[in-house]
Each structure stands twice: as structure tokens, then as C-alpha cells.
Design a protein around this ligand. Structure first.
Ligand SMILES: O=C(O)CCC(=O)C(=O)O
Ligand SMILES: [Fe+2]
Length: 354
């Protein structure tokens, strides 16, 4: 008789709850549909990260606690209301990239750009996401929940202000210019909060995640506060082609062996990793083939981020999406495998549509 996922430790997170269910739990491969929602996907995915090198809990407690030290002095909540219209304008003003920046993205697979958001836009973004995730999970961010990775998608459909951040021509044009394509469509937005005490994000590239038959895919990872190293900034292995070094590492959906295997190959090959902090307003852009991970959040403040993923207009859905794509049909509804990914939930965000 096969063991039920509840009894089998390989299907459980450290809290003992089952993270995979049904066929996802019974079969060893990933060539099957994801059977739960996208939050359950994150709860599963974070169990694949190896945290054995992370500082112990006692050390974590010594990291700065308390109210957000967001480095965005002089902006009060009162100002935020006043700034909303200006922020909307800001989000449509082009950000001019140099040829060197575009070359760096194509060579390294990622780029961190300063000043994509103003301090007011950063602060306003945090207020919106903190409110939305707090309501969605019936919790308070910045300490109300420990150890989890909270996420919500498709916020742009219901929240007019977040819509301005997700469909921002400023951000989408950067993505189109970096990829060197004429137009980009939205795959999805992702409001994410890595709560205090949440461990590492496992090594991966997004080509493994997105069910798109193209590598012209880029994610704008937009912090909603500065991210010091202790808070777990996104970290990037570079140059872009280091993914070839780990093509032979077998993915395992039940344990941390893939994460450990990738880290080991990178260590043995002395692969460079950029794990630097993010300043307020700094935004990173990573390509589908860029290997990345993130550190644990060892602060008392939630690491709040908006991640918007865009792909070249005209791209198709893969013929066989896997469970690693999560509940992708929520993001491209009504489009069958193999068809062009252009549902009403995938608007062209650059160039502007008349
Ligand atoms: O925020 C994280 O820790 C992971 C995010 C990520 O992998 C992505 O946006 O592609
Ligand atoms: Fe990723």
C-alpha cells in the first residue's frame, strides 16, 4: 500500500504539515499539473531550500528588531496621500538605459538599477502591499507572522494603485529594452513578503517555473523598502551562462538536494554571486536563465517586494507545463498549451496601446 503524504516525512515541511497532495505527493516526477493554489506552491517551494548554513535562531534574535528602519526619512503617511498622483506620473516616465547597462544585463543575466522608484513611490508601494497581504492572511506584517513566505498575485486587477505599479510603462519599457524586443506582455504580478525568520529561497532559474516557450522573459523585482543583507536580498549567480554548469543537477521535489547540488557546483567552480543589499528605489531585473536565490530574513521587518514578470509579445505557452509552474492557468486563463499567451490578463505593457 502506498504511504499517504501525511505520513511520509519527505512530503512535510518542518512544521509537520503536508505540503504536497494527490499525484504531486505520490509521484516522483514533476511532469504533472500543480494541484493546489499558488500560496501552497510557495509553502512547498521554500521547503526545498537548504538552511543548514544559516545562522541559528539565537543569532537571528540578535539582529535589529523593531519598527522598519526604511531609510526613507521625512515621508509621513500624510504625505503619501498627497503623493499618489505624482507617483502615477513617475511610473509612466521612461528610465533611460545606457548601452553599457543593456550589455551588462545580457552578459550577466541580471542588473540592479538605482532610482527606478522615488522614495515616495517606494513607501506608497509598501503601504499598499502591507495592507493587502495583512488582510489576505489575516495577520500583521513586520512581526505578526514568523517564518512564512506570503504571496498574492493578480492584485493589479482589483487595486487601482497597484495596477499603476504592475502595468507601469516605466518598468515595462526597461524590460523590453533589456530583452531587446519590441513589445512585452505581463505574465503575472507577485506581491511577496518574506516574513521575519523565513529561511532561504532555493537556487533556481525561472525558465524552470514559467510555462512559456521562450527565454525572452524578465522579472522586475521591486523592493518596497531598502533590503540589507540580513533581510535576504535576491542574490544572483553570474554571468548568465552559469546555468549550463548545473544542467546535470537533478531536481528533487521532496528535499533540499537540488538547492545543495547547485550551491555545490557553484562553489566548486568559484561562480561569482552578487548578494549585495538593495537601496531604496533600486530595482533588479533578472532574465529567465539567470540563476538566483535569496538569503533568510534575519530581521524583525518583513521583506516586502513586488515582482512583475514580462515576456516577449507573441510567445506561446509550453506544450507540457509542469507542476513547477504552479497554477499557471490563473495567469493565462483560457489559453491551451501550445497556444499564444495573450489572454486579457496578459496585457501589452510596452509599447503603450492606443
Ligand atoms: O523573492 C524571492 O525570494 C524569490 C523571488 C524569485 O525567485 C523571483 O522573483 O523570480
Ligand atoms: Fe525566481
Amino acid at each position: 500500500m502506498s504511504q499517504s503524504p501525511i505520513d511520509n516525512p519527505k512530503h512535510q515541511n518542518p512544521g509537520g504539515q503536508s505540503v504536497l497532495v494527490g499525484e504531486n505527493a505520490r509521484r516522483d516526477d514533476v511532469d504533472q499539473a500543480w494541484e493546489q493554489d499558488n500560496q501552497a506552491w510557495w509553502d512547498w517551494y521554500m521547503t526545498l531550500a537548504d538552511n543548514s548554513d544559516e545562522p541559528a535562531a539565537e543569532q537571528q534574535a540578535q539582529e535589529p528588531q523593531g519598527p522598519p528602519a526604511d531609510g526613507l526619512d521625512g515621508i509621513t503617511d500624510v504625505d503619501l496621500g498627497v503623493d499618489e498622483a505624482a507617483v502615477r506620473v513617475e511610473l509612466s516616465v521612461p528610465y533611460v538605459l545606457t548601452a553599457e547597462q543593456i550589455d551588462a544585463f545580457r552578459t550577466n543575466g541580471y542588473i540592479k538599477l538605482p532610482g527606478v522608484l522615488s522614495p515616495s513611490a517606494t513607501r506608497l508601494l509598501r503601504r499598499e502591499i502591507v495592507g493587502l497581504l495583512g488582510d489576505a492572511f489575516d495577520t500583521r506584517l513586520d512581526g505578526g507572522t514568523q517564518g512564512r513566505f506570503l504571496s498574492a498575485e493578480m492584485a493589479w486587477r482589483e487595486h487601482p494603485l497597484l495596477r499603476a505599479y504592475v502595468l507601469s510603462p516605466r518598468i515595462a519599457k526597461i524590460c523590453a529594452d533589456l530583452l531587446g524586443v519590441r513589445g512585452v506582455r505581463l505574465y503575472h504580478d507577485n506581491l511577496m513578503s518574506k516574513e521575519p525568520g523565513c529561511g532561504r529561497t532555493p537556487w533556481h532559474y525561472d525558465a524552470h517555473h514559467f510555462p512559456l516557450a521562450t527565454n525572452d522573459v524578465v522579472t522586475a523585482w521591486i523592493p518596497a523598502q531598502p533590503i540589507p543583507r540580513a533581510m535576504g536580498p535576491l542574490r544572483f549567480a553570474w554571468p548568465i551562462d552559469v546555468y549550463k554548469l548545473v544542467e546535470g543537477v537533478a531536481f528533487n521535489k521532496f528535499d533540499t538536494s537540488y538547492d545543495r547540488g547547485v550551491a555545490d557546483v557553484f562553489r566548486r567552480n568559484a561562480v561569482a554571486v552578487d548578494d549585495g543589499a538593495f537601496d531604496a528605489g533600486e530595482v533588479s531585473f533578472h532574465h529567465n536563465l539567470c540563476f538566483h536565490s535569496a538569503g533568510a530574513n534575519r530581521t524583525g521587518q518583513s521583506r516586502v517586494v513586488l515582482a512583475n514578470t514580462f515576456f516577449a509579445d507573441g510567445a506561446r505557452v509550453l506544450d507540457r507545463p509542469t507542476m513547477v509552474s504552479g497554477d499557471w492557468e490563473k495567469f493565462i486563463p483560457g489559453v491551451a498549451p501550445g497556444d499564444v499567451a495573450a489572454s486579457p490578463l496578459n496585457p501589452v505593457c510596452w509599447p503603450p496601446q492606443t
